[in-house]
Ligand binder design. Structure first.
Ligand code: NDP
Length: 453
């Protein structure tokens, strides 16, 4: 009998969204596959990202819902109280369940799982705990890790990672950074009753999103969070009473119970043997890959947050799937990076797909913009002033819808549906010919008739 040249056809390092998906697809196509993960299965999304964050987002919105309920006729004998430990522990139970689901998925797919750290020894050899294996193909899907700028006293700050398992809820918090995590945590903490401030080094939140949409959301966020613009935390000092003093680039130091950095994430590309295997990384640590997700070494590939594309779970899933299919004999449609729907789970939500207005004006000569800003029906009885804002960007020459953006309740759910239409190449006439569902917020997307300047 001829001995196999390698122990595995595929070895995947990293058990997050991209790695698990790639390994299951590969095994399903007949590849002898193994996956190593040193922590819990599910990666950032399941353990310290999308899932616990969304659960916390639901939890924090109850404070508003309880207030609104009175206008809808509900009477409470006493004020509802929030118990942080109950939420945190219930969340932990759900995350453990998901970890087990992931393990079962791997086992059912015949993927050999090693709950160990794996490092490359050379382009085909992997050290896994005390064992060594060889593999014909290797996929690196090690994700990313929150980045805290190197400032004096930075060790007193936390990131979203630590917040998920906090012992007690702080009374006051400063969030640094106005991207996805900063904006989402501002809503979450405020909803829990934490006195929340958010500081950004520039003048606006959510750089890279449609500016008008970001501005509308900023107005909403400023209703519950103190926004400190054009400033930076330069030093953190821990006072004897336990408070953290943020020394700012401008103005007096500010005292908080907690300082949370949401200043982006760095790829997890260090100390996994990339140098030994000859895999090139860029200056910011991202693994360099070509359009097929292959690194500078032909049999080593990478997907997800460890490469320099979009750090979003569904993108990692798509990349992992496409790569595994290609390696083991199937073709797939490539990821359309210019039409990636995404949502920020702030209060209210922000949802977006396709081009923002600025990009559209750079790429297309005749841009039409349709806008609608209103107070949603649910707000009418409560006197709530939350704005809902919808925006559709159209190529006036071809009538093709280039982008759709929204701030408002359930924007993520609504934009997901529109993303199908936009991915399929829908025109504004298709939107106009679509019958609305009344009364909904989403029906506005099919009733906007007049472009605005
Ligand atoms: P983002 O890249 O979204 O935002 C980082 C923020 O930090 C920006 O406001 C940036 O400012 C600021 N910043 C960066 N460096 C510094 C610094 N040295 N000092 C002060 N401010 C700084 O990162 P996040 O951490 O919010 O999230 C990481 C990624 O995770 C996201 O990009 C996204 O891909 C993913 N994610 C997705 C979610 C979703 O789908 N709902 C939810 C959470 C995360 P500036 O604009 O000036 O550069």
């Amino acid at each position: 009998m001829q001995l196999a040249e390698f122990d595995y056809d595929l070895f995947v390092i990293g058990g997050g969204s991209g790695g698990v998906r790639a390994s299951r697809i590969a095994a399903g196509l007949g590849a002898k596959t193994a996956l190593a993960e040193e922590r819990h299965l599910g990666g950032t999304c399941v353990n310290v990202g999308c899932i616990p964050k969304k659960l916390f987002s639901y939890a924090s919105h109850y404070s508003q819902d309880f207030q609104d309920a009175r206008s809808y006729g509900w009477v409470f004998e006493s004020e509802p109280k929030f118990n942080w430990a109950t939420l945190r522990d219930n969340k932990d139970i759900e995350i453990s369940r998901l970890n087990r689901v992931y393990a079962t998925l791997l086992a059912n797919a015949d993927v050999q799982f090693y709950n160990e750290r794996a490092t490359l020894l050379d382009s085909h050899t992997i050290q896994v705990g005390q064992q060594q294996f060889t593999a014909k193909e290797i996929i690196i899907a090690t994700g990313g890790w929150p980045f805290v700028p190197d400032i004096p006293g930075g060790e007193h700050a936390i990131t979203s990672n630590e917040f998920f398992s906090f012992d007690t809820l702080p009374q006051s918090a400063l969030i640094v950074g106005g991207g996805y995590i900063g904006v989402e945590f501002a809503a979450i903490l405020s909803g829990f009753g934490v006195k929340t401030s958010l500081t950004i080094r520039g003048s606006s939140l959510l750089r890279g999103f449609d500016t008008e949409i970001a501005d509308v959301l900023t107005e909403e966020i400023e209703k519950y969070t103190t926004l400190i613009r054009d400033n930076e935390v330069q030093k953190i000092e821990k006072r004897s009473d336990g408070k953290l003093l943020a020394h700012m680039r401008r103005g007096e130091p500010l005292a908080f119970d907690c300082i949370l950095f949401a200043t982006g994430r760095k790829p997890n590309s260090h100390n996994i043997g990339l140098e030994a295997a000859g895999v090139e990384i860029s200056a910011d640590g991202a693994i360099k890959v070509n359009s097929d997700y292959t690194t500078s070494v032909p049999n080593i590939h990478a997907v997800g947050d460890v490469i320099d594309r979009l750090a979003l779970t569904p993108v990692a899933l798509a990349e992992g799937q496409i790569l595994a299919r290609r390696l083991f004999g199937k073709t797939s449609r490539p990821v359309q990076y210019d039409i990636i729907p995404t949502a920020v789970f702030s209060h209210p939500n922000l949802g977006t797909v396709g081009m923002d207005e600025k990009t559209a004006r750079e790429k297309v000569t005749n841009v039409l913009v349709f806008r609608s800003k209103f107070r949603a029906l649910r707000q009418t009885l409560t006197g709530g002033q939350e704005s809902t804002f919808l925006k559709v960007i159209v190529d006036g020459d071809t009538d093709k819808v280039l982008g759709a953006h929204m701030v408002g309740a359930d924007a993520g759910e609504i934009i997901q549906g529109l993303a199908i239409a936009i991915t399929a190449g829908a025109t504004k006439a298709d939107f106009d010919n679509t019958i609305g569902i009344h009364p909904t917020t989403a029906e506005e997307f099919v009733t906007m008739r007049t472009p605005s300047p």
